[in-house]
Design a protein around this ligand. Structure first.
Ligand code: ADP
Ligand code: MG
Length: 248
């Protein structure tokens, strides 16, 4: 289902990337429509993180084209800034600033990048911290709350920038098992509100519940792309079947 340029949140065309001799992304074509939820899975080292990091220029690529929310990513620093403003990213390790409180983590970029007043930034932050149910911890430092709470704070921090697209890179894989559900529930809530989401995750229950499309990557290529019912119950490719047999 190739998205029309007008309703595409993300377009990747023939993107290739090498680390030295090693080709980590091989001629990737990838579209995400506005409001679509895409889950990406695949073996370790298959290029999942690299792919999503190319969407906000945390990684450079040697050939191909990326357009995010209508903005073509070029080497021009302005396009990179423009795109980063619209794209929220949540990592495996929450990457909160340790020397700032949860609230300060959430207000820093809205004040410095979006030009919010402190009052407006605080109000927005408290709204999102309530939504992820950690407003009681707003004045604590990251080290004073649990991993699940830190990850929900990281999600709230991204939302404070009012992003058009949210990228998640294995947001639950560093968490203790009892904290996975609270973070997934937060992500389900976001999906239900219509956020455009690209999630690298091996949480296949989440994929079945919220994904419009599941993508399987292997060795730098998108091997399979299908809606969850087809992906899980009738995958076309032997490599997908093997992978699913190993993780389910
Ligand atoms: P995934 O997220 O699917 O586990 P990555 O995108 O992180 O995969 O990495 C894909 C491949 O690229 C891996 O083989 C990894 O070792 C290699 N790689 C990632 N980053 C670098 C780097 N900075 N320099 C060289 N190789 C890298
Ligand atoms: Mg990765």
């Amino acid at each position: 289902m190739p998205a029309k340029a007008s309703d595409a949140a993300v377009l990747m065309r023939s993107v290739s990337k090498w680390y030295g001799q090693f080709q980590v992304l091989k001629d990737i074509d990838f579209d995400v429509a506005k409001g679509e939820r895409v889950v990406i899975c695949g073996p370790s080292g298959s290029g999942k993180s690299t792919l999503i990091r190319c969407l906000n220029r945390l990684e450079q690529y040697q050939s191909g084209q990326v357009v995010v929310d209508g903005i073509a990513l070029t080497d021009d620093a302005r396009s990179v800034d423009e795109v980063r403003r619209e794209v929220g990213m949540v990592f495996q390790h929450f990457n909160l600033f340790p020397h700032l409180t949860i609230l300060e983590n959430c207000t820093l970029a809205p004040m410095s990048v979006r030009g919010f007043s402190r009052k407006a930034a605080n109000e927005t932050a408290m709204r999102y911290l309530s939504r992820v149910r950690i407003s009681d911890h707003a004045h604590k430092y990251p080290s004073q709350i649990s991993g699940g709470q830190q990850q929900r704070a990281a999600i709230a921090r991204s939302l404070c920038m009012n992003p058009k697209v949210m990228l998640f890179d294995e947001p639950t894989s560093a968490l203790d098992p009892e904290m996975v559900t609270e973070v997934l529930d937060t992500m389900v809530g976001l999906a239900e509100e219509g956020m455009t989401m690209i999630c690298v995750t091996h949480e296949m229950g989440f994929a079945r519940r919220v994904a419009d499309r599941v993508i399987f990557m292997d060795r730098g290529q998108i091997v399979e792309s299908a809606e969850p019912s087809v992906f899980f119950d009738a995958p076309k490719h032997a490599r997908t079947r093997l992978f699913l047999s190993q993780i389910l």
